[in-house]
Design a binder for this molecule. Structure first.
Ligand code: ZN
Length: 360
């Protein structure tokens, strides 16, 4: 079934992890198997061929570059200008992948429907979908790289259509995961500018206070591209029931994320293994169920896998060796009582609804 993945860090993998995503997965793993600079070396699960095999014909793909002040323990760039330049290197990689027919940028309704038409009329059996470019909607994860407000419109002109204000730690615009407090004045101004441009607000990673302020100020379309439920896995990084309900009320969608620590209580990075706690894909259905219960329907949950977000097989469900394995969610959802229409909504329909209403 066609799958829309609402959160992938493709360009980060290309430009910081030095992965050529056009290659077969085995080749990417083999090439970096002796490296130890990142915890997921040799364990990646995403390449373009694997995305096509998993029928992921459309994704929301990020630019991501953090700015860190002196004394910060987080990794990141030492000035917003350097962070901006990093996002532009990432954009340059997306562009060259477009030139090669691997990717196609989707920025409006017309492009969206044309792209979907091609994928929906392609056939997995004949492999004709392997000839199609993968669509991507450009998003920015954490807004630190916006040197000032004028950079947002420049980014919009480059195709940026969704933005999350914070990431990890304190941010220029909003505190993110692990930080507390509300939006800065710059954050409030950025939201109003996003509204003017018709961009989508990604609520992922915001501190609770910033979440509610953002919901108040911003009037456009919202989603939480990659978040699970706090009531199941308690952590500020996840959304509590009030937040989930507020997103549902705004016709937003929450994308289910497969980072192991967000699926298993007490996961210790680098210590726990998917096998030691029998972590499997099915575990995510508790979160899907919970959101559907709160909504009273299956119209507000999707997939934002984040499966290339700085981890690989060492920190994702044990039955995911490739992003293509997300296709198994179809039968898992069916076994848990979801109808074909509901599964279609989760796989792509719900996020498409947000895009269609944002771009109408
Ligand atoms: Zn993230």
């Amino acid at each position: 079934m066609f799958l829309l993945d609402a959160h992938l860090d493709l360009a980060m993998n290309a430009m910081e992890w030095n992965r050529d995503l056009r290659q077969p997965l085995e080749a990417v793993r083999e090439r970096e198997s002796a490296w130890t600079d990142k915890p997921d070396r040799g364990n990646g699960v995403l390449t373009f061929p694997e995305m096509r095999r998993g029928q992921i014909g459309l994704c929301v793909a990020t630019q991501i570059a953090r700015y860190v002040k002196p004394g910060s323990k987080l990794s990141g760039w030492h000035s917003p200008e350097q962070a901006w330049a990093q996002t532009q290197a990432q954009l340059a990689w997306y562009r060259v992948m477009e030139e090669q027919g691997e990717l196609v940028q989707i920025t409006d309704l017309d492009q969206l429907e044309k792209h979907l038409g091609k994928w929906f009329s392609s056939s997995v059996d004949s492999g004709s979908h392997n000839q199609l470019p993968i669509g991507y909607i450009l998003s920015l994860e954490g807004a630190d790289s916006m040197v000032n407000l004028s950079y947002l419109e420049r980014s919009y002109e480059s195709g940026l259509r969704a933005l999350g204000l914070g990431h990890y730690g304190p941010g220029t615009y909003a505190p993110g995961t692990g930080a507390e407090g509300g939006l800065s004045q710059a954050g409030k101004d950025l939201l109003r500018e996003m509204d003017r441009l018709g961009m989508i607000l990604d609520l992922t990673h915001l501190s609770d206070e910033a979440f509610w302020e953002a919901m108040d100020i911003f009037s456009g379309a919202v989603w939480a591209s990659h978040c699970n439920c706090r009531s199941i896995i308690p952590h500020q990084r996840q959304l509590n029931d009030e937040q989930l309900k507020a997103i549902i009320q705004r016709n937003g969608v929450i994308g289910m994320v497969f980072d192991a620590w967000m699926m298993h209580v007490g996961w210790e990075r680098g210590v726990t293994t998917p096998q030691s706690v029998d972590l499997k894909l099915e575990r995510i259905i508790d979160h899907v169920d919970h959101i559907c219960q709160l909504a009273g329907n299956a119209n507000h949950v999707g997939i934002g896998s984040d499966l290339d977000g700085g981890y690989g097989t060492e920190q994702c469900p044990g039955d995911v060796q490739s992003i293509a394995d997300l296709q198994n969610l179809e039968s898992i959802l069916a076994e848990r009582g979801y109808t074909v229409d509901q599964i279609r909504s989760v796989f792509h329909g719900n996020f498409l609804n947000v895009l269609r209403s944002a771009w109408a």
